[in-house]
Design a protein around this ligand. Structure first.
Ligand code: GSH
Length: 206
């Protein structure tokens, strides 16, 4: 049995969604954020020293880092990898890494700058510009194909869900980028996405 250590309202929602898409059996161990700091509780550090979500446990092994977890589960479930086409495979690998490696840093910067209040004011425009570059590029990527890796929905789309949902919430993503909004509507309509919401508890980004 796979155990998912899931932090409320966080990127770990993606792992529950992936497990639902793959049809693998799992249990959710849900953690609440500290209401003042919004950090994860110390209990997560008993599972992994960094105390970040998501974490999974399987066959006595703890796996951290969403991209690594996604690769592990896709191999286990033998579904939702890229097609055999070399271009799709490259794009799949790119987006699997890009979601956390390139897209999340400006979103985190926006969060920090907002929390700084007036002190953060001078940084608001430059960090928003950094995110806008990503959103413009992603919008153009979806001009030629329905999903991030190619013609088929893959785990790369699941990885991309959190940064794009967070972009709606705090990064100004709206109907001015219609392909991204349409992509979000299509992922949110998937039955496995809906089941994952029920399994993971309230999620403020959907
Ligand atoms: N790149 C890591 C990021 C992990 C991460 O920062 N997780 C957040 C959840 S959104 C967390 O646990 N934050 C609470 C904290 O840092 O205390 C991954 O994708 O697994």
């Amino acid at each position: 049995m796979i155990v998912v250590h899931h932090l409320e309202n966080s990127r770990s929602q993606r792992v529950i969604w992936l497990l639902e898409e793959l049809g693998l059996a799992y249990q959710v161990q849900r953690y609440e954020r500290d209401r003042r700091t919004m950090r994860a509780p110390l209990a997560l550090r008993r599972i992994h020293p960094l105390g970040k979500a998501p974490l999974i446990e399987h066959d006595g092994v703890v796996i951290a880092e969403t991209g690594a977890i996604v690769e592990y589960l896709v191999a286990l479930g033998e579904l939702l990898g890229p097609s055999a086409m070399p271009q799709d495979r490259l794009r799949y690998r790119h987006f699997l890494h890009y979601a956390e490696g390139s897209m999340m840093p400006p979103l985190l910067a926006i969060l920090v700058v907002r929390r700084l209040g007036l002190l953060g004011l001078p940084a608001r425009r430059p960090v928003q510009a950094m995110l806008d570059d990503h959103l413009d590029w992603l919008e153009s990527e979806l001009a030629g194909r329905p999903w991030f890796a190619g013609d088929d929905f893959t785990a790369a789309d699941i990885m991309m869900s959190f940064p794009l949902e967070a972009s709606c919430q705090r990064g100004g993503l709206d109907g001015r980028r219609p392909r991204l909004i349409d992509w979000l509507a299509r992922i949110h309509a998937r039955p496995a996405y809906r089941r994952a919401l029920a399994a993971g508890g309230p999620y403020a980004f959907a």
